[in-house]
Design a protein around this ligand. Structure first.
Ligand code: NAD
Ligand code: K
Ligand code: MN
Length: 364
């Protein structure tokens, strides 16, 4: 590869403030990555209001035909039904078959935080089905009262491939920890690599039952994962244990909705949603995206934390095989966080989005 064509979809709210920060960091990497070109692409609630489509066909076409990868910001989806509107990020994950949402949540000791938990886990969220297929209907009973129904789809195919992804990640993390230990680095996770299957099969024995069985079969069907432990946690007690002792988790794999919820929760453990990155990954395409939404409460003030997006760019690079430049970005981010001089208000600081980005760029 001599060039890297990246589709950039800031969408709404703080997405428009944090995605440019990630772009600046990618631009600063010089010859350690193929020269990136950035293709601005439209999507989102504002785009819907202006032109009637939340995800223009043109955006999907360019992503599929011209881009090597993409970055997405955040979308301001309304909480009430709007005729013709449908979340573009949910649609993009489907169109590009980005079946895994990989969300590493790891803590760095940041000065003066209300809560600090040692935590270094990866949440692997199924990204194409569950309740997010959005098959909802509403009916009126004879007495005039209403009943709303939603279809929750779990397939063995989607559950198996997300399960495989989780075991592969656990295997790789185990190897990386071994290497780090041998290099004399401080690795506080002492357990063996582990995948925790998150479900609620005790109640939803058919749907979550299929998810659980499909993921279990991945380990049971091969010797490849003999060194990776498998355990299970019901989703409600997962939340409890994750808040009490997050350090016991390595890789957690979950159906779409549970994965969405537990990863926002996990973000609280490491200080802020503004720190947690993700990639939407398929077999042919990858899209980096901060876990957070469009944060209307702070938009337009240049105070959004750009780190989730910057770390998403690093995650994107490492998934494309550019591991060393990704590590450089992460090291610069960690240094800024532990120093504590340039922190945005979500972390108790006074720095702006641009201040933090500038400081990270200086460190690179
Ligand atoms: P949110 O993630 O936007 O914000 C939750 C809280 O975290 C807010 O207090 C916000 O200020 C704070 N926060 C989030 N990101 C931050 C950052 N980078 N720096 C500092 N603080 C940050 O969630 P919400 O308020 O529930 O939703 C707002 C909108 O975002 C909704 O319209 C929702 O549909 C949308 N949303 C989009 C996505 C996505 O694009 N994938 C994900 C979640 C929510
Ligand atoms: K987002
Ligand atoms: Mn979410």
């Amino acid at each position: 590869r001599t060039a890297l064509k990246l589709g950039m979809i800031p969408a709404d709210g703080i997405g428009k403030e944090v995605l440019p920060a990630a772009q600046r960091v990618l631009e600063a990497l010089g010859s350690s990555i193929p020269k990136p070109t950035f293709i601005p692409l439209k999507a989102g609630w504002e785009e819907f209001q202006a032109n009637g489509k939340a995800l223009p066909d043109e955006t999907v076409k360019i992503l599929k035909e011209e881009c090597d990868a993409a970055m997405f910001g955040s979308v301001s989806s309304p909480s009430h039904k709007v005729a013709g509107y449908s979340s573009p990020i949910v649609a993009l994950r489907k169109h590009l078959d980005l079946y895994a949402n990989v969300r590493p949540v790891s803590s760095v000791p940041i000065p003066n935080q209300k809560s600090y938990h040692q935590c270094d886990m990866v949440i692997v969220r199924e990204n194409t089905e569950c309740l997010y297929i959005k098959k909802e209907e509403i009916k009126t009973n004879d007495d005039g009262s209403k009943i709303a129904l939603a279809t929750r789809q779990i397939t063995s195919r989607a559950s198996s491939r997300i399960g495989k992804m989780a075991f592969e990640i656990a295997l790789r993390r185990g190897q990386e920890r071994e290497q780090a230990k041998q290099a004399g680095k401080d690795v506080w996770w002492s357990g063996e690599p582990k995948v925790t299957i998150v479900h609620k099969s005790n109640v939803l024995s058919v749907t979550d039952g299929l998810f659980r069985e499909s993921v279990r079969a991945i380990k049971e069907g091969t010797d490849r994962y003999n060194g990776v432990k498998m355990e299970e946690q019901l989703v409600d007690s997962m939340v409890y244990r994750m808040f009490r002792e997050p350090e016991i988790f390595d890789v957690a794999v979950a159906p779409n909705l549970y994965g969405d919820i537990i990863s926002d929760g996990a973000a609280a453990l490491v200080g802020s949603l503004g720190l947690v990155p993700s990639i939407n990954a398929g077999d042919d395409f990858v899209m980096g995206e901060p876990v957070h939404g469009s944060a209307p409460d702070i938009e337009g003030q240049n105070i959004a934390n750009p780190i989730a997006s910057i770390r998403s760019a690093a995650l994107l690079l490492s998934s494309l095989g550019y591991v060393e430049p990704a590590a450089r970005i992460n090291a610069a981010v960690d240094a800024i966080l532990t120093e504590g001089q340039y922190l945005t208000p979500d972390l108790g600081g006074k720095a702006s989005t641009t201040d933090v980005t500038d400081a990270i760029l200086k460190r690179l």
